[in-house]
Design a protein around this ligand. Structure first.
Ligand SMILES: Cc1cc2nc3c(=O)[nH]c(=O)nc-3n(C[C@H](O)[C@H](O)[C@H](O)COP(=O)(O)OP(=O)(O)OC[C@H]3O[C@@H](n4cnc5c(N)ncnc54)[C@H](O)[C@@H]3O)c2cc1C
Length: 332
């Protein structure tokens, strides 16, 4: 059994201070991911800093029209919040597709963004995994890789990021608010996560002494035409094989004014290509245009055997999600 110590942070400065001075410490929020990983020795912190009492547990509208989701608000309270449902239904839909009601009641927004990959080999300490143990190799590349990445891979890692919330936030151009020693900064979510490259053990660009305090959403929530399509092996309580967060702004003749498309389950980070979205502007919202878009989004995709099916699945999912986004109002 591993011995661990525990402390409760009084506020964000205290949490940051403790992170800086305590060796091998980890923040704990809902614990729904961290404790699972500790029980199987995948993560082995010596000390846990409880951040459940530092505040940042409200959702607040800012004067400039942005909405700030506190890092400590639970996934359930966020998904059902009146302003989220009304202004960002894409986010609400994505969050409610994740995990189970019990988990969403415990899981926090900060913890959700920081959850680790579900790669089987990351979870199995008997197997090599560059993300868990840098330099040990990647068992997934020649192993059972049905759930693994098809875009943005490196020879070191083909794991995917598991968060549904992060995919919707990426489509919505959210910003992650973080605090570090003596300063605070904002990171666009599109720059928050990393591709595996040579350092797959680093999931994101949060500094070692930094803590997430909130997530800000811009005023435009694409509340009329949106869809979160999550394809998985069973209809609930499962991670995405492929997911698509699609958001459109259309004129009255179904001409596309703006488009946002983010993919989950296909890469080490939510996958988005703004240069492809721009090409949709001014076009009519129609199936052939959507298929062309899907082909462009999957350009360069590579399967590793068991996950080859994901390439065509992702293309079809993109077309379907965009069609659902167009027809959303008729559905509701
Ligand atoms: C069976 C099961 C099924 C699931 N299915 C899905 C799914 O389909 N889709 C999905 O998206 N998720 C799914 N999840 C994941 C779940 O959403 C995450 O476990 C949860 O969101 C993590 O939040 P938490 O508050 O419990 O984090 P914790 O477990 O407390 O922490 C997770 C990580 O985040 C760090 N952390 C926590 N708070 C902060 C902060 N404020 N700043 C910086 N770092 C922080 C911790 O140090 C830790 O490394 C599932 C989980 C389980 C157990």
């Amino acid at each position: 059994m591993n011995r661990i110590t525990y402390s409760r942070a009084q506020d964000v400065d205290d949490a940051v201070h403790q992170l800086g001075i305590i060796n091998n410490a980890k923040l704990i929020a809902g614990g729904t991911n961290l404790l699972d990983l500790m029980k199987i020795n995948v993560m082995q912190p010596d000390h846990l800093i409880d951040v459940n009492h530092i505040g940042f547990n409200t959702i607040t509208a800012e004067a400039n029209g942005w909405l700030n989701l506190g890092a400590m608000v639970t996934n359930a309270d966020t998904a059902y919040h009146e302003a989220v449902v009304r202004q960002y239904p894409l986010l609400s839909e994505a969050m409610l597709s994740a995990a189970s009601a019990q988990l969403r009641n415990m899981a926090t927004n900060g913890g959700n963004l920081m959850q680790r990959t579900r790669c089987y080999y990351f979870y199995d300490t008997a197997m090599p995994c560059n993300k868990r143990k840098p330099g040990s190799g990647c068992a997934a590349i020649d192993g059972f890789n049905r759930m693994h990445a098809i875009l943005g891979n490196s020879a070191q890692c083909i794991a995917v990021h598991p968060s549904d919330m992060a995919v919707a936030l990426t489509a919505l151009d959210a910003v992650v608010c973080v605090s570090g020693p003596g300063s605070a900064r904002e990171i666009p979510i599109t720059s928050f996560y990393r591709l595996p490259g040579e350092d797959p053990h680093i999931d994101n660009n949060l500094g070692p002494d930094e803590i997430i305090t909130g997530i800000k959403l811009p005023p435009s929530g694409f509340s009329k035409h949106y869809s979160y399509l999550k394809l998985r092996d069973r209809p609930s309580y499962a991670f995405a094989l492929v997911s698509v967060a699609a958001a459109l702004e259309l004129d009255t003749n179904h001409k596309i004014l703006k488009a946002r498309i983010a993919l989950g389950g296909v890469a080490h980070k939510p996958w988005r290509m703004p240069e492809v979205e721009v090409r949709l502007e001014g076009k009519l919202a129609a199936a052939d245009i959507f298929r062309e878009t899907a082909e462009m989004l999957l350009e360069g995709a590579q399967g590793y055997g068991h996950n080859n099916f994901k390439i065509e699945l992702a293309k079809r999912a993109i077309v379907r999600a965009l069609e659902q986004a167009v027809n959303k109002q008729a559905e509701s």
